[in-house]
Design a protein around this ligand. Structure first.
Ligand code: SF4
Length: 317
């Protein structure tokens, strides 16, 4: 019998686009992040039905609307409980969570910390533009003390949080930073985040030309300092983010400290790339040790409603 070559279907960016009208402002950095995500999914050869994208509230929250994958636009700051439920129900799905800095680090701050500690296998992309853009540009937790965007009546009087430091101390096992207008580099980061087994946080500097005149395209390009770009790349430095032996507490501490040192720039430059990566058991792997039902097929495929649950009730009463 003549052997037939099985052709794997190749996906193009177009396969992930929905036909909904996009109403982000012209020039918004969100477009770059959306394109990078679509590029990454295509490069990884993932079929749209193998991917779920869940979002919080904010301009970034519209991302699932513009994608032809599974999607869920949930409550403000509640991306991660939804993401956790989706992944526990179907561990086979490629799960991406998206949201803004106000949604993720402010309103959802407690969820953000819990998401890292759980080490759920997912990728969390935060569109970091220093403002709550959907509600007219109030200061978010990442705007620096003493700084004022054009949408703020007064400079911020609060200390900012540091996303990389917060992610490292919360337990995220992949921590990276990208820039919305460097789509090629960001595509690579998202691919690596998706390929990582565990909680991957990608904080993305995102330009918001409508409300944030501090961190504009021109600022990143260094127009105010003779065209000397503020952007640096970790992969152009001698920098290795990967923990080789997760059991070695000394190595883990050393890798986290080098990440902090690189991320905590006092010179108004930004450093992009993967800061830290370690392979640890995921939430799904840990739970499967305790819950036999999770060891079989994904819960979504187990037709649990057909099972006799009387013994469970007996156990609980
Ligand atoms: Fe983008 Fe800012 Fe417009 Fe929102 S308000 S769509 S973040 S430019």
């Amino acid at each position: 019998m003549e052997e037939q070559a099985v052709q794997e279907k190749k996906y193009a960016v177009q396969d992930y686009k929905s036909d909904l009208h996009n109403d982000w402002c012209p020039g918004c950095g969100d477009f770059g992040i959306l394109t990078a995500l679509q590029n990454a999914l295509a490069n990884l050869g993932l079929a749209p039905h193998q991917v779920a994208v869940v979002s919080g509230v904010g301009c970034s929250g519209k991302t699932p609307h513009y994608l032809n994958t599974y999607g869920f636009h949930t409550l403000h700051g509640r991306v991660l409980p939804m993401a956790t439920g989706i992944k526990l129900a179907n561990r086979e799905i490629t799960l991406v969570a998206v949201g803004g800095d106000g949604d993720g680090y402010g309103i959802g701050g407690g969820q953000f910390v819990a998401g890292g500690r759980r080490n759920l296998d997912f990728t969390y992309i935060i569109y970091n533009n220093d403002v709550y853009a959907l509600t007219k540009g109030q200061a978010s937790p990442t705007v620096a003390r003493g700084k004022k965007t054009k949408s703020m009546p007064e400079p911020s009087i609060l200390e900012p949080i540091h996303p990389v430091a917060l992610a490292l101390s919360s337990g995220y096992t992949f921590v990276a930073r990208g820039y919305a207008l460097d789509v090629k580099h960001l595509t690579g980061l998202i691919q690596r985040g998706i390929e990582h087994r565990g909680s991957a946080l990608i904080d993305v500097y995102q330009t918001c030309p409508t409300y944030n005149d501090l961190h504009s395209r021109a600022w990143y390009a260094g127009k105010d300092r003779g065209g000397k770009s503020r952007i640096r790349y970790l992969d152009q430095m001698q920098y290795d983010p990967v923990v080789k032996n997760p059991e070695d507490a000394r190595e883990v501490a050393q890798k986290k400290l080098q990440a902090l040192e690189k991320a905590w720039s006092a010179d108004e430059e930004v450093t992009l790339g993967v800061y830290y990566q370690i392979r640890l058991p995921t939430l799904e792997e840990n739970l499967a040790q305790k819950m036999p039902a999770l060891q079989d097929a994904p819960l979504a495929e187990q037709r649990l409603w057909e099972r006799d649950i009387a013994p469970l009730f007996e156990e609980l009463t």
